[in-house]
Design a protein around this ligand. Structure first.
Ligand code: SAH
Length: 361
């Protein structure tokens, strides 16, 4: 654990670029220093202020005294044969979050990041929410996941996509997520196109509307998992107070405002929501929105009673949806064997800790 004073030193990445520029200016530095500093952080993958060789030594010392560049400590690092890497990061307050690097083909390098410690949505098949939500991540903690994963890349690899699909409900933490994404998509940060950023939500209509009003065409993915309110409320308890209709209305607004087609995610749980009838019902429900449907065969979570449907059942579901004219893809499983589904690694770590120190409340 870091000392008390170190833990209180502010995180550099929690500053907006404007706040950083103001701090530098107050210390008598020219305006271009902020750009130089961010260049080191985002492009040169700097690990310390000391490495920032084009900053004056005195400034590097002042930065070290006043800010922390890193607040997390990697607790676990896994690498799967397909190139997927997963980090479990310990935050300054001892909690932990997961993030994942996915390698697809020669070019595509995607990071999957978390927005909360735990999750309040309670989806019954998901490891992240089994113990509820602890807190929101700060913008700096969100950015730090991207930077930690970027440091795992080879020199010739470039980060190309960000998916906000890790632990937590992103639309329940937009105040911290949006400034982080602003930096990732600005030339001062990573300069990623908005289109290469996907935000995955359980479907909170107010949050979807707020995104629609932003005028930043992020790709939106909505986790539906059921074609009817009764089944959805069983699987996604937060649906009880929202309802499918309100979710789909907000999605339509997002589509109208941004011109971006929305993706619907649907976790296939054997014998629960994977019947051909469910596929037909889903097709009829979604067809007017001309969506892309992403089917995700259930990734088993220890202790949960669900099962992954077999290939034939998945194929039948795909065919039924296609028959309704809905574009569909089955998400290939990446990182098998490293517990890459959100929340699994953290859960195991927390369980181990609890087992090792039963006296802890
Ligand atoms: N809260 C956001 C992001 C969560 S995780 C949301 O609900 O979209 C991203 C996706 O993984 C969601 O669609 C989620 O339902 C799915 N998921 C969670 N646990 C899973 C599991 N065990 N197997 C397959 N997909 C899972």
């Amino acid at each position: 654990m870091s000392s008390c004073s170190a833990a209180q030193t502010p995180h550099l990445l929690n500053l907006s670029p404007e706040e950083l520029a103001a701090w530098l200016q107050a210390g008598g530095q020219p305006a271009y220093r902020a750009g130089q500093l961010l260049q080191w952080v985002f492009h040169h993958r700097a690990e310390s202020f000391q490495q920032m060789s084009n900053l004056p030594g005195e400034l590097r010392r002042r930065l070290e005294q006043n800010y922390r560049l890193w607040t997390t400590r990697p607790l676990a690092h896994r690498r799967a044969p397909d190139g997927t890497e997963k980090l479990l990061l310990q935050l300054a307050d001892g909690h932990s979050v997961e993030c994942v690097l996915l390698r697809q083909g020669p070019q595509r390098r995607t990071v999957c990041i978390s927005t909360q410690v735990g999750c309040a949505m309670g989806c019954v098949f998901c490891a992240s929410g089994l113990d509820g939500v602890v807190r929101n991540l700060t913008r700096g903690e969100i950015l730090e996941q991207v930077l930690r994963l970027q440091q795992l890349l080879e020199a010739e690899e470039r980060l190309s996509h960000v998916v906000v699909m890790g632990m937590g409900e992103p639309l329940a933490n937009l105040d911290e997520l949006l400034p982080a994404l602003d930096l990732l998509t600005s030339p001062q940060g990573l300069g990623l196109s908005h289109r290469r950023v996907t935000i995955s939500t359980v479907g909170l209509p107010r949050g979807i509307r707020r995104l629609a009003e932003l005028d930043r065409p992020y790709h939106l993915a909505v986790s539906l998992h059921a074609p009817s309110d009764s089944l959805r409320t069983q699987l996604v308890p937060v649906n009880r107070s929202i309802g499918l209709e309100a979710v789909l209305e907000a999605v339509e607004e997002y589509f109208r405002a941004t011109g971006r087609r929305v993706t619907f995610e649907y976790v296939l749980l054997g014998g629960v929501n994977d019947s051909p009838q469910a596929a037909r019902q889903l097709g009829r429900l979604l067809r007017p929105l001309r969506p892309l449907v992403n089917l995700i065969p259930y990734n088993p979570v220890a202790g949960l009673p669900y099962r992954t449907p077999d290939e034939q059942r998945v194929r039948r579901f795909v065919q039924e949806l296609q028959r309704q004219g809905v574009q569909v893809q089955v998400r290939r499983r990446k990182g098998a064997g490293i517990e890459a589904a959100c929340g699994q690694l953290r859960r195991r770590h927390v369980q181990q800790q609890t087992a090792e120190s039963p006296a802890k409340p």
